[in-house]
Write a protein that binds this ligand. Structure first.
Ligand code: ADP
Ligand code: ADP
Length: 230
């Protein structure tokens, strides 16, 4: 589903020089598998997610996402790429001036789905996260765990083959984190490739999923598979 081949990213530093955020990272994330991505602050986790979403471009190396070679698509190809990717953020990034329904519908409205199809899909996504009865509420009325589940419903509403999560349990206690992990595992079970960037070592310890570790931009460990994946 995602393939990285010797990917490096060097950010230019104003005034000269550069910061190597990723160095020669190669990996393969197959469909239907949940993978943790960990490493200290500054190790390159966000950079890796940004490259997969084409928010940043690699300095060298190749990335293929669901058959799309990212070095061969220009900015015109970004909407096509983004439709393949559901993104879950730590702070949910929900709009508090709209209903739960409208928040989840947003990616479908942007993608131009017909209204009847939007209703069907939004309700299917809310049902999946167990919050169908909250569709008319404003997200501000929901608990932190419920808000995170709304963020997940929004990320999967167009059924992307790939789900990326950046510290999705960062603000949640262990019980709520477990609920969120259950949801991610459900998506992996139906074939979605799930990548969870996290500092939360207790979360990683509790689940026997594949683990990628970054240190100073290098992939230093890959629990569960060969580090070079390809
Ligand atoms: P993580 O998400 O693991 O904390 P990042 O990918 O955010 O790591 O950062 C990796 C390294 O790249 C860090 O040293 C960071 O300071 C640097 N970095 C990230 N973004 C930029 C940028 N836009 N310009 C310059 N340096 C950056
Ligand atoms: P359709 O709209 O094509 O009839 P459904 O809404 O009945 O499909 O969904 C079929 C199943 O596909 C769902 O129950 C769900 O578990 C699964 N599924 C496959 N890929 C995804 C994804 N990326 N996100 C969420 N569900 C998915």
């Amino acid at each position: 589903m995602i393939q990285l081949d010797r990917v490096s990213k060097r950010y230019p530093i104003p005034g000269g020089g550069g910061k190597d955020a990723l160095r020669q990272v190669s990996l393969h994330l197959p469909a239907g598998e949940l993978t943790f991505l960990t490493g200290h602050s500054g190790a390159g986790k966000s950079t890796l997610l940004k490259l997969i979403m084409m928010i940043e471009r690699p300095t060298s190396g190749d990335i293929i996402v669901d058959g799309l070679p990212l070095n061969r698509i220009g900015s015109g190809g970004i909407p096509l790429l983004r439709r393949k990717i559901g993104m879950v953020h730590q702070n949910h990034q929900l709009l508090f001036d709209r209903s739960v329904y409208d928040n989840v519908a947003l990616p479908l409205i942007i993608a131009g789905f017909p209204r009847a199809e939007i209703g069907k899909r939004v309700r299917a996504a809310l049902d999946k996260v167990g919050l169908l009865d909250k569709e008319k509420l404003n997200p501000v009325m929901l608990s932190g765990g419920e808000q995170q589940r709304i963020g997940i419903a929004r990320a999967v509403v167009n059924k992307p083959p790939l789900l990326l999560a950046d510290e999705p349990t960062g603000n949640l206690d262990p019980a709520l984190s477990a609920e969120i992990m259950d949801l991610f595992q459900d998506f992996a079970r139906v074939g979605v490739a799930v990548l969870i960037a996290t500092h939360d070592l207790s979360l990683i310890a509790r689940y026997q999923h594949r683990l990628l570790s970054l240190r100073e931009g290098r992939l230093i460990a890959d629990r569960g598979e060969d580090a070079h994946g390809a």
